[in-house]
Design a protein around this ligand. Structure first.
Ligand code: UDX
Length: 424
């Protein structure tokens, strides 16, 4: 059994912590936010993530998991310290490393002899060196090991990683981390820190590129009478392409893809290369929002002064995360064009500051009352099983813009709906 410290109790930190306790290690998690800390100490999860709360409770019950406010306390005596703090978008798209540097500064003097620090936060090339410099300890080695988990399946992804990347020039340190994580049974890629850091950004920009590609093909399909769902399936079975991440939608959002795209573009520029392919990926993502607003406007007839019902506010289903959500941006643009927006999302109980101007209701039918169009913006499965006859009777004008291709068009058309998806 090893002693592990985790700094930062967000998606990455908590998933890492419960994975380590699952492997039988003793874990101390440091979290600065007092509310979040209190929730965790209560044995509850501060984020909606399948299986997380149960595993937190299990870890606490097994006396393997505890939560503290001070990163120093988490780091003292630990054999391994995982840095899982946020790296938000800073000036001109570059990642802001101040939280990471602060964490490294705090733990530097209290780390045990020969401790290993593992950076899991998404960081630009050179950040491992920055952490090393801030820690200022000859005996302490820093390993860059980016996290690839997806929100909504964070615990599962962390317990069953597709691969483990270890970036460090010190082979003895790599061997120790490899031994710690080997029971997860994932392929390991051992490389230098710059490559490890690049892998994370390259992976996320590639995923973003797939989504913009799917959205572009969907637009073409609309013009030529093809069905994008079939086209994506048809290309996805080619193992060189792969079926995942080819679902058209309102564009990619969330706390990672848009931010990481900005960061890799900035890093490329610093390296003297203009990554124009990613400029196009971003442009397509931006255009997608407007394409969907225009579809809604066409059906609301006119948008100005109408009510639009919105189903789904989170950036994707199975999460309560609203950060950089395309649904919110679409709602904002509808408001700008003088529509009233009434929204329902299974995880959103009330209007917060990020939802200003949007009327949030806690019942999907209530959202549709008197609406001239219904926009499905997040792919919550439960939307598929609602009573659409009732929806039609509540709406002023029965029209659905399905920005996730979630619903079955034929039965809706039979009920008298105007139905429009993406590329079908
Ligand atoms: C992403 C990466 O997938 C993950 O590996 C990394 O560790 C963190 O960033 P996440 O932010 O949880 O994970 O979201 P993801 O599932 O990747 O979805 C990102 C956005 O793309 C969402 O807005 C989603 O709706 C959209 N998306 C995804 C599509 O529009 N179509 C798809 O086919 C897949």
């Amino acid at each position: 059994m090893s002693k592990c410290g985790v700094v930062g109790a967000g998606y990455v930190g908590l998933a890492t912590a419960v994975t380590l306790t699952h492997l039988g290690h003793e874990v101390t998690v440091a979290e600065v936010n007092p509310e979040r800390l209190a929730t965790l100490r209560d044995g509850r999860s501060p984020i909606l993530e399948a299986g997380l709360e149960e595993r937190i409770a299990q870890g606490v019950a097994d006396q393997l998991l505890r939560f503290v406010s001070d990163s120093r306390e988490a780091a003292t005596e630990a054999d391994f310290v995982f840095l899982c703090v946020q790296t938000p978008m800073g000036a001109s798209g570059r990642a802001d490393l101040s939280y990471l540097e602060q964490a490294a500064e705090e733990i530097g003097s209290v780390l045990a002899q020969d401790a290993i620090v593992i950076t899991k936060s998404t960081v630009p090339v050179g950040s491992s060196r920055v952490v090393e410099r801030v820690i200022r300890r000859e005996d302490v080695k820093v390993v860059s090991s980016p996290e690839f988990l997806q929100e909504g399946s964070a615990v599962h992804d962390s317990l069953h990683p597709t691969r483990i990347v270890l970036g460090c020039d010190d082979q003895a340190a790599v061997a120790k981390v490899a031994t710690l994580l080997e029971p997860l049974g994932a392929p390991m890629i051992v490389t230098n820190p710059a490559s490890a850091e690049t892998i994370k950004y390259a992976a996320n920009s590639f995923l973003a590129m797939k989504i913009s590609f799917a959205n572009s093909v969907a637009a073409v399909c609309e013009g030529i009478g093809a069905n994008v769902d079939d086209v994506m399936l048809g290309i996805g079975y080619d193992p060189r392409i792969g079926v995942a991440f080819l679902r058209p939608g309102p564009g990619f959002g969330g706390s990672c893809l848009p931010k990481d795209l900005g960061a890799i573009k900035a890093s490329s520029e610093d390296a003297g290369y203009k990554f124009e392919l990613l400029d196009a990926v971003e442009r397509v993502n931006e255009q997608q929002l407007e394409r969907i607003v225009n579809k809604i406007a066409r059906h609301a007839r006119p948008l100005n002064g109408s009510t639009v019902a919105v189903w789904g506010l989170t950036f994707k289903a199975r999460t309560a995360d609203l950060r950089d959500s395309p649904a919110i941006e679409i709602a904002r643009r509808l408001r700008e064009r003088n529509a009233r927006v009434v929204a329902y999302d299974p995880t959103v109980a009330q209007s917060g500051p990020e939802l200003e101007g949007i009327d949030v209701v806690t019942d999907p039918y209530a959202a549709t009352e008197g609406a001239s169009a219904l926009a499905v913006l997040t792919e919550w499965d439960e939307f598929r099983w609602l009573d659409f006859e009732k929806v039609a009777s509540l709406m002023k004008h029965a029209a659905i813009v399905d920005a996730r291709n979630l619903l079955d068009a034929a039965p809706l058309r039979k009920l008298g709906f105007e139905y429009e998806g993406l590329g079908r």
